[in-house]
Ligand binder design. Structure first.
Ligand code: URA
Length: 234
């Protein structure tokens, strides 16, 4: 390579760099990868803002037919976040997720792997009871999944448990089948952060299909192992 060729290459390289229109690619300052954890007050205020945002949703058949919003339950500092489908009658009356029959089974499932319900954080894909407990429609799942993603970002869990196909579809779309995807650790990226996610059957489904409980038990043991491997305080 002649000196002239080398200069020409350098010029082309510089032009390319200029075209990126960013001026920090060669910065020698180390990147701070240990971002400060938000304080409890900040998390609470973000949760309140999100709840208000959902309460202000307009043109929503779910909201228009429900008694009240069902936003969350449990410990917002928990490393474990559970996402169900949507409130049923009891949840609509009490304003809390998973307080009916499915909730009772959820409590038993958690205690089977030594977890107290109060030590996890619980929410649903849709925050208003669907009329006659119908499954939320695709458009509703899509609309509420924006809120769900924000919710996950705020809670920032180490483990995300999606219960049932609606929760699965909210984050992974409707092209996959829960029977194939359950019990496998996956990753989902929200707001530039990667979360460990597992899909498992919904307790309401297990109440109807008791023979599927063996798969649920297998999933619960996988979840317990992850908690132990990550040494999560729960
Ligand atoms: N089923 C759900 O998916 N969520 C609840 O809160 C109750 C039942």
């Amino acid at each position: 390579m002649t000196v002239k060729d080398k200069n020409q290459n350098d010029n082309m390289g510089q032009e390319l760099i200029n075209s990126f229109e960013i001026d920090y690619i060669f910065e020698s300052k180390p990147i701070n990868r240990f971002k400060n954890k938000p304080t409890i007050e900040i998390i609470e205020s973000k949760l309140n803002d999100l709840k208000t945002k959902i309460e202000n949703i307009s043109n929503c058949e779910l909201k228009n037919n429900a008694k009240q919003i069902v936003f969350n339950d449990g410990n917002f500092k928990s490393p474990i976040m559970i996402v169900g489908e949507g409130p049923g009658q009891k949840e609509d009356e009490l304003g809390k997720p998973f307080v009916g029959d499915a909730g009772q089974l959820l409590n038993k499932m958690l205690s089977a792997i030594n977890i107290k319900r109060d030590n996890v954080y619980i929410t649903n894909v849709v925050n208003y009871r669907p009329p006659n407990n119908r499954k939320p429609e695709q458009a509703e799942i899509n609309r509420y999944s924006e809120f769900l993603r924000e919710h996950i970002s705020i809670i920032d869990p180490k483990i995300l448990i999606l219960m049932g196909s609606t929760a699965m579809e909210a984050l992974f779309g409707s092209k996959i089948k829960i029977s194939k995807e359950r019990g496998i650790w996956k990753e989902v990226i929200i707001n530039n952060k990667t979360y460990s996610v597992i899909i498992t059957f919904h307790p309401a489904y297990l109440l109807r299909q008791a023979d599927q409980k063996k798969y649920s038990w297998a999933d619960l043991k996988i979840i317990r192992k992850k908690i132990d491997d990550l040494n999560l305080k729960i």
